[in-house]
Design a protein around this ligand. Structure first.
Ligand SMILES: [Zn+2]
Length: 197
């Protein structure tokens, strides 16, 4: 079980730091990102949210989580653009961070060094269980990492990977419920064995 602490000091003091929220699909990453950003807004902080321009599943302008609890965002085509748009901002949110280039690591450090609170949400692994894009390095440089979990659809334990249920080797296949299922390690191994028979 994940217990979220309520660190009010982080929400009211302007202090540079990096927070990573990672996990598989359907683990509630974006919901947690939105929750933290909304609280920062209530604390009268200036918030800006970025997402990679590649993720246009729902709308160009909003970070939209799967339950439609949305918040306005700016799509950018590279991590460098985030620095350009982040002057006069207290809190920077970054959604779907796994799709950004590796430059995002330096960008997040630079923002935190300027006194900005950076909150990053992203997939820790791709559908094969391989660490995804800049997320592993972002976890390393973060002040705080929160790993959230979906529930395995086969057995009800905590899931660890987003298993792709359609045959497609492309790494970037934007997620919808019918194309992925969260599985625990044990059920994922069983699914792979079935596929390779
Ligand atoms: Zn399972």
């Amino acid at each position: 079980m994940v217990v979220f602490s309520e660190d009010h000091k982080q929400e009211t003091c302007r202090r540079g730091r990096i927070e990573v929220i990672c996990g598989s699909m359907f683990s509630g990453k974006t919901e947690e990102l939105i929750r933290r950003l909304k609280r920062a807004t209530f604390a009268k902080q200036k918030v800006e949210i970025f997402k990679p321009a590649i993720d246009t599943r729902y709308s160009e302008q909003a970070v939209v989580s799967h339950d439609n609890n949305s918040i306005q965002s700016t799509p950018v085509d590279s991590s460098a653009s985030i620095l350009l748009f982040s002057s006069e901002i207290d809190v920077v949110g970054i959604d779907e961070a796994q799709f950004f280039d590796d430059g995002l690591i330096n960008v997040c450090n630079e923002l935190a060094n300027r006194g900005i609170r950076v909150i990053i949400a992203g997939l820790d692994m791709d559908f094969k269980g391989i660490p995804f894009g800049p997320i592993p390095a972002l976890c390393a440089i973060a002040d705080e990492v929160t790993k959230v979990h979906a529930i395995c659809v086969k057995c009800g334990n905590l899931a660890y990977v987003s298993h792709r249920t359609v045959a497609n080797e492309k790494r970037v296949l934007l997620g919808e419920k019918q194309e992925y299922e969260p599985l625990c390690r044990c059920c994922y191994q069983q699914a792979l064995q079935k596929e390779h028979k």
